[in-house]
Ligand binder design. Structure first.
Ligand SMILES: [Zn+2]
Length: 335
């Protein structure tokens, strides 16, 4: 992994290149940002650059030396990754793991000049483990760089945060996502536009998206939303009853929002090139004259409200009932 492979994070990479150039690498870094924005890849690129025996003028690794060949082969003995271990939905990083780490980092790096320890995600450190790690961060042994990743600082001990140099990874711009999806996955511009929009800002997630599944879900979402304002009350209630058991409701809402944003864009005079659902221009053009802008705005609001309620784990069937009546412009069901 090289700095030049990291897309959309110029500020962070610029900082790391400068720190390498002036030999001022902080001993502890905190990479903040959402999943899929490049935190893990950047940690690996930094580890490779730090250990490269022939680092380039731009501070990127050479790709040819012994150390770079180790990285290319799948692992370098001085790049360690520590993550949650154990059963269950959210196992923690345990104190035993940190105790072992503390013993091991007191020895010199095995092969390279620098050992890089990636703790990902730092939110998984339980309190005991975080306190044990704190001791190491307070007196970091020479030759080690600790990198912690987290979505935000809120779930971390303030004492841990204050020991680290914070670097924030922003959302990757849509245009960059679309370009990368075309290059790396061979998607058409139309396909890339939808995949980028549904995985807002996250290259990692966008690259893993199952396109066929996404298109099927989108088509299902569009036809269900159309049924809601054309169907009978019985059909609507049946939909809400079924919907409470459905998986991926959050995604249905997101796809619905993208669809109605497209209708709004077309109603506001945007060019067809600006819509997300590029493969459905004909269907969008058919639907657009049937809805006024106030109706589109009301439906977008209904979708946003439903999304909030689903995420807050409220009574899903009631939320779906209310949503469907709001969608039809028939007011809310009394609670
Ligand atoms: Zn090298």
């Amino acid at each position: 992994m090289f700095f030049r492979d990291i897309v959309g994070q110029e500020r962070v990479i610029g900082f790391l290149r400068q720190a390498l150039k002036h030999d001022q690498m902080p001993h502890a870094l905190l990479f903040l940002g959402n999943a899929g924005v490049g935190r893990g890849s950047t940690a690996q690129a930094l580890a490779q650059a730090l250990n490269c025996e022939d680092r380039q003028a731009d501070q990127d690794a050479c790709g040819r030396c012994r150390s770079c060949r180790w990285f290319a082969g799948g692992g370098h003995p001085d790049f360690w990754q520590i993550g949650p271990e154990g059963e269950g939905a959210h196992p923690p990083i345990k104190i035993e793991q940190i105790r072992v780490l503390r013993r091991q980092v007191s020895f010199s790096p095995l092969a390279g000049s620098w050992r890089v320890v990636l703790l990902k995600p730092a939110e998984s450190l339980n309190e005991e483990a975080a306190n044990a790690l704190l001791k190491t961060l307070e007196e970091p042994p020479e030759g080690n760089v600790f990198i912690l990743t987290a979505v935000g600082e809120r779930d971390l001990l303030p004492t841990i945060v204050s020991r680290c140099r914070r670097l924030t990874f922003g959302a990757i711009p849509q245009a960059v996502l679309i370009r990368e999806l075309q290059q790396r996955r061979g998607l058409s511009p139309e396909q890339a536009s939808l995949v980028a929009a549904i995985n807002y800002g996250s290259l990692g997630q966008a690259l893993e998206e199952d396109l066929e599944d996404l298109l099927a879900r989108r088509n299902k979402a569009v036809s269900e939303l159309e049924m809601l304002h054309r169907g009978s009350i019985t059909e609507v209630l049946h939909w809400a009853e079924q919907g409470k058991k459905a998986v991926g409701l959050d995604r249905l809402v997101l796809l619905g929002r993208l669809w109605y944003r497209d209708l709004l864009a077309l109603a506001s005079g945007a060019s067809p090139g600006q819509v997300v659902n590029q493969d459905c221009l004909e269907e969008l053009a058919r639907q657009q004259p049937q809805v006024t802008v106030p109706v589109i705005l009301a439906r977008l609001e209904a979708l946003t409200r439903l999304q909030r309620q689903v995420r807050a784990n409220l009574n899903v069937e009631l939320a779906l009932n209310n949503f469907s009546f709001q969608w039809r412009g028939e007011g809310l069901v009394p609670v």
